[in-house]
Write a protein that binds this ligand. Structure first.
Ligand SMILES: *Cc1c(COP(=O)(O)O)cnc(C)c1O
Length: 424
């Protein structure tokens, strides 16, 4: 039952089915109040990379809570924040060098946009335009909405959003023989814009996979060419790795997988393994130096009450250790997805199959595509009946399970999926 005093996210309460009450969760399984068990195929909105209730992360939080649960992070510092910064920098390309904390993905994006904009302003340059991609989703705060694609999510606020220049996202899928043509067209459009480099504060992209926009996947080569354009024009390249970070693409980070060094990088979602809200915006040393000054007005005046919360940092450290231990799992899931997805090719209502690392997706053919079509809720309901959690994005069905899912469990998920698709 929906609670009389709660307002649920992304939910039209009048039309939505009652929310299911979850009593506990362990590994890939959620256990409902009525005793039903559901396999969490979407890692609870993409955050629980190690599954639920991992005892190592729980223990790390408990130990940290007894020692230092929270402290103001201006004028003070602490070990968990310093350790996580060191560990992240070790795993990232050399250019990524300064870690700025906030609490969620949207604020990590706000920080990135403000950093980029002020970086230029501190050099007496007014560069007020960002280039972003059609279909992008960067969060629900105003700045994050502005750089995201306009949609029914942003529609009530469109008047209030600053102007951004959008280009197409070079989405690709199996047996796509037009991808180079698509990429070239988009790169050309960006190059045209960058003829006037002094207008652009930066280019913002979800590298390798656009998440909420429909699990649309692009190629590393595109990101490499994009980085070259940004560099030649002297504008900033900003990677939103909020979803794709921490092993999701089969590599520690998608910038590593793509072989690209962004100027600014945003991470959140998987960072604490789904235990606590935390995010980071990581900049190059060059950007940091653009603020480092005797002049107080060049300060980056931004911060949150819970900036670098020690419990979140302790959870993040434990989660990184688990990633190290389970590296073969997230590196190996790409091959498993491909193996199990292949047979779905033969279904008449399935197209655009695609896999990047731990993420697999396809489109269901329908005469009413888009986020509001009824198919998503139908698939969701049938999945629940079969004991699994799916949450299609419109007509896009995707799997993004925790790394601890077994091969047998994954196979079972695909069998259920095939059955659901066959009698849609
Ligand atoms: C989820 C997401 C965000 C927003 O993060 P929140 O923590 O939900 O605010 C931004 N960008 C991408 C790519 C995301 O997947």
């Amino acid at each position: 039952m929906a609670h009389p005093h709660l307002w649920y996210p992304f939910t039209q309460a009048k039309l939505a089915p009652d929310p299911l009450k979850v009593k506990s969760a362990q590994g890939v399984w959620l256990e409902l109040e009525n005793g039903q068990r559901l396999l969490d195929c979407i890692s609870s909105w993409w955050v629980n990379i190690h599954g639920h209730a991992h005892p190592k992360i729980a223990e790390a939080i408990y130990q940290q809570a007894k020692q230092l649960e929270q402290v103001i992070f201006a004028g003070f510092t602490h070990d968990p924040a310093e350790q996580i910064a060191t560990k992240l920098i070790e795993k990232l390309p050399p250019k990524s060098n300064r870690v700025f904390f906030s609490d969620n993905g949207s604020t990590a994006i706000e920080v990135a946009l403000k950093m980029a904009y002020q970086y230029w302003a501190n050099q007496q340059q007014k560069r007020s335009t960002f280039i972003a991609f059609e279909g992008a989703y960067h969060g629900d705060t105003f700045g994050a909405m502005a750089v995201g694609a306009r949609s029914i999510f942003t529609q009530p606020f469109d008047d209030l959003l600053f102007q951004v220049e959008f280009v197409d996202y070079p989405e690709t899928y199996w047996e796509d023989d037009r991808i180079e043509e698509k990429e070239d067209k988009i790169l050309f459009a960006i190059q045209q814009k960058l003829q006037q480099p002094e207008r652009y504060a930066g280019i913002l992209i979800e590298p390798l996979v656009q998440g909420a926009g429909g699990m649309r996947m692009c190629r590393s080569i595109f990101l490499q060419k994009l980085a070259r354009l940004a560099k030649d024009a002297g504008t900033l390249l900003i990677f939103d790795e909020i979803m794709t970070g921490f092993g999701r693409t089969g590599e520690w980070f998608s910038c590593v997988k793509a072989g690209v060094e962004p100027d600014i990088l945003c991470l959140s979602k998987g960072i604490t393994g789904g235990f606590l809200p935390l995010s980071v915006t990581i900049s190059s040393e060059e950007i940091y130096q653009g603020f480092y000054s005797d002049d107080l007005t060049k300060t980056f005046f931004h911060g949150h009450s819970y900036t670098a919360n020690p419990l979140g940092c302790a959870a993040a450290l434990a989660s990184l250790e688990l990633m190290q231990e389970n590296e073969p799992k997230f590196r190996g899931m790409d091959a498993l997805h491909r193996q199990f997805l292949e047979p779905l090719k033969t279904l008449p209502n399935v197209e655009k199959l695609r896999v990047t690392g731990t993420i697999a997706a396809f489109d269901v053919i329908t005469d009413q595509p888009g986020y509001l079509n009824q198919m998503a809720s139908k698939i969701r309901t049938q999945a629940i009946d079969r004991g699994m959690v799916l949450r299609p994005l419109g007509n896009v069905v995707y799997l993004m399970p925790p790394y601890c899912i077994t091969e047998g469990e994954l196979e079972w998920v695909y069998q259920n999926l095939a059955a659901i698709l066959s009698d849609l």
